[in-house]
Ligand binder design. Structure first.
Ligand code: SAM
Ligand code: SF4
Length: 329
């Protein structure tokens, strides 16, 4: 298993498949001025497969595909199938806005997809349009139902809480766990990538303590749950009479760097060592200059050895060069 210098077992690789997206969530992607990676500069399915095999040989067990919107990749099915077939990989998941799921989810599950995290910021259709721009509640809910019908369980719902957008909608979202055995997780807004989105994250940040107060005001006190997984970034609870889990992911107010087990691979082929910093190691360059699996293994080991701990979010400092959609959340 790859242990980093802080004794963390880094066994989870999040792979961004594209920096493009069919939505423009207010805190993630601006409406204008975006520049996307050219298709030929994205890692190909073959290159991703080489990285996954190298990672598995080093002891990585979990892979999650993200983006941008990973469902936009035309070769997603092939990538999932090849990843799930790699010896040692026991868990293949995807983070998505669900809009394209209905047409592909059965095939993805047959190909080996085991887990899904779906991003929904509010149950209110008008507020959803305002927050996740271009999304319709109907489309997202059709996607969620398709994932549930395909047997993916538990569905994990990710909600980023933003002042003046959806902070009043958190209790109704948490209420989903009364009817469903899903996990609804509230994520604190992080200032990534400079520019307007980072400014918004600084000025419209809502601490999870406040989100919890709003949920408890409506549903009563939450009961703490121990999931037994120290690397779970979510603090988990249950509503009285609830079937599912209410989670709080609080990178700003309660950093969890000490138990972080993740490495990230950007769509343009860089190991990104910590979500909240700029440090990267170029793997695409090695792959395209003739380096094979062994070279990738040594770069990945180097990435693990250089994985930092601690960030400076309390001082409002995060990545300068990449937004969340360019790293893969
Ligand atoms: N498009 C997919 C989706 O939205 O789930 C996958 C990529 S998206 C970048 C992954 C997650 O990052 C989403 O749950 C999204 O809400 C979250 N996210 C985006 N920008 C964020 C920010 N500045 N702070 C916290 N979470 C953010
Ligand atoms: Fe797209 Fe996901 Fe970013 Fe929203 S959070 S703009 S769905 S990449």
């Amino acid at each position: 298993m790859p242990l980093d210098p802080f004794g963390r077992d880094i066994n989870y690789l999040r792979i961004s498949l594209t920096d493009r997206c069919n939505l423009r969530c207010v805190y993630c992607m601006p409406l204008k001025g975006l520049q996307f990676t050219a298709n030929e500069e994205l890692l190909s399915a073959d290159e991703i497969h080489t990285v996954v095999r190298a990672a598995a040989e080093l002891g990585f067990r979990k892979i999650r595909f993200t983006g941008g919107e990973p469902a936009l990749r035309h070769d997603l099915l092939d990538i999932v199938r090849r990843t799930a077939s790699v010896d040692g990989i026991s868990d293949v998941g995807m983070t998505t806005n669900a809009i394209l799921l209905p047409r592909m989810i059965d095939d993805l599950v047959s190909a080996g997809l085991r887990r899904i995290n779906i991003h929904v910021d509010t149950l209110d259709p008008e507020n959803l349009r305002r927050t996740m721009r271009f999304a319709s509640s109907d489309d997202i809910w059709t996607g969620i139902r398709a994932a549930s019908d395909a047997g993916l369980n538990p569905i994990k719902i990710n909600t980023v809480v933003v002042q003046n957008y959806n902070e009043e909608d958190v209790a109704s979202l948490a209420g989903l766990t009364l009817a469903y055995d899903w996990h609804v997780r509230f994520i604190e807004l992080m200032p990534l990538g400079g520019g307007g989105c980072a400014q918004m994250a600084l000025s419209q940040y809502v601490p999870n303590a406040e989100t919890r107060r709003r949920i408890e005001a409506e549903h009563g006190l939450l009961t703490s749950l121990d999931t037994g997984d120290p690397s779970d970034e979510s603090r988990n609870f249950r509503l009285k009479g609830g079937r599912g889990v209410v989670g709080f992911i609080s990178p700003v107010s309660e950093p969890y760097c000490g138990t972080c087990n993740r490495m990230r691979l950007t769509a343009d082929g860089k190991f990104h060592l910590c979500l909240l910093r700029d440090d990267e190691i170029d793997v695409k360059c090695a792959l395209r200059s003739g380096g094979g699996q062994d070279r990738v293994k040594s770069l990945l080991l180097q990435a693990v050895q250089n994985k930092p701990t601690g960030h400076s979010l309390e001082q409002g400092i995060s990545t300068e060069h990449r937004g969340m959609f360019q790293i893969g959340g």
